[in-house]
Design a protein around this ligand. Sequence first.
Ligand SMILES: NC(=O)c1ccc[n+]([C@@H]2O[C@H](COP(=O)([O-])OP(=O)(O)OC[C@H]3O[C@@H](n4cnc5c(N)ncnc54)[C@H](O)[C@@H]3O)[C@@H](O)[C@H]2O)c1
Length: 376
Amino acid sequence: MTQSKPDLKVGLIGTGFMGKAHAFGYVNAAQVFDLPVTAVLHRVADIDLAAAEAAARAFGFAHASADWHDIVADPDVGIVSITAPNALHKDMALAAIAAGKHVYCEKPLAPLAADAQDMASAAEKRGVLTQVGFNYLCNPMLRLAREMIAGGELGEIRGYRGLHAEDYMADAAGPFTFRHDPRGGGALADLGSHALATAEFLLGPITAVMGDLVTVISERDDGRGGRRRVEVDDIGRAFLRFGNGASGSVEGNWVATGRKMQHDFEVHGSKGALAFSQERFNELHFYATGDAPGRQGFRRIEAAPAHPPYGRFCVAPGHQIGFNDLKTIEVAGFLDAIATGGAEPFGFRAGLRIQTLVEEIKRSAQDRCWREVPGP
Ligand SMILES: NC(=O)c1ccc[n+]([C@@H]2O[C@H](COP(=O)([O-])OP(=O)(O)OC[C@H]3O[C@@H](n4cnc5c(N)ncnc54)[C@H](O)[C@@H]3O)[C@@H](O)[C@H]2O)c1
């Protein structure tokens, strides 16, 4: 006789790009993974009621509303997904935590590291689990890269170059958005946070930073017939030193004309190198210095069932998984942690670490000097 799995009722706040990705994640995680819990789409809220109702119809949420407090107040909701603008994350997360819900919040976790600290501490005190949306880390090829680095296949790691560049803010005629809000906005926080998370995922702790932030488009249409000054960075870069002795750099850039998803990195070691591009994220390129002269070059490793959990999605190598599948892997990891009492794959404390790095880079850019970063 098969045992029925307990239900975990989901409340989703925000129904835009990430709201849809979270909803897909919950639905697909149940199909793709054998989870010890069944996520049930229960309540969805969006400040735009029509959007909430449309999302409820499309994904099968039982209830829709324009007020996110309805989700927090519902005793049946066990997990809250926050996919609203950055500046709202803290209030929403703290309210959900106080109500005893597990919380899955999009990055950047909060406007300031002090806010992220409050959020992480509140969750730990209340005994709820948390997750931050650093979905690129869920890519089987990133996990392979980490394994290869840790296993010594690249030898001593000397250099790292990472970036996350897109061009969705490159048009100066584009409006002022929540991403320009000084409370949590800017390219470094928005995109550079992903690049920093990947850098530490692969190489371990960053110990010092030297930042440079630039605002390229200094004012934008405020949507009410006026102009609004932009105070946040369009490009945020930093030189890095890692605890393992490697030196490196990262860049967060949303005015990188022509680039749609350049979450890329290179790692250079004494015995080999890795190169990766998110625009072709089912591939990892590996260069081995041990290859025979005349046969050297980067070889392309294609994602395959040998790289878990790729095989959960597809039994055949080279057929590729997609962006929403990364979200599905992220959701599955979090649901599994909740059901089994295991460690969260990337909880609020990990999100706080990224926020701290962002802030140290900003301070360093302001002061025009290197800053030591305390350990995670
Ligand atoms: N992990 C990733 O890869 C990734 C990618 C894109 C965005 N994000 C993050 O996800 C979050 C949302 O970004 P997005 O691209 O989905 O934005 P979006 O504009 O597409 O969606 C935001 C949604 O929040 C709703 N909203 C605004 N105020 C609200 C309120 N008070 N109550 C309820 N709903 C409200 C909006 O109506 C909209 O539907 C941001 O924090 C962003 O940084 C993460």
